[in-house]
Design a binder for this molecule. Structure first.
Ligand code: ZN
Length: 66
């Protein structure tokens, strides 16, 4: 099975017998890391490591501690 790299349209062959959801594959062409989000149908999503932002400005740690 093959998917097309969302970044450069390079076909990436994924052996679905060896890979499963949550595994990552790398595009040979552009080097982008892609996560397999689904194997049937085969679907990958780019992992945007640089844009990863887990901060929640609305988080409240205002506990009353008396
Ligand atoms: Zn690519």
């Amino acid at each position: 099975m093959a998917v097309v790299c969302p970044e450069c349209d390079n076909p990436i062959v994924v052996d679905v017998d060896e890979e499963e959801e949550g595994e990552t594959v790398q595009c040979d062409e552009c080097g982008m890391d892609l996560e397999i989000v689904s194997v049937d149908p085969l679907e990958v999503a780019a992992i945007d490591v640089a844009g990863y932002d887990d901060e929640d400005p609305m988080r409240t740690e205002d506990e009353e501690d008396e």
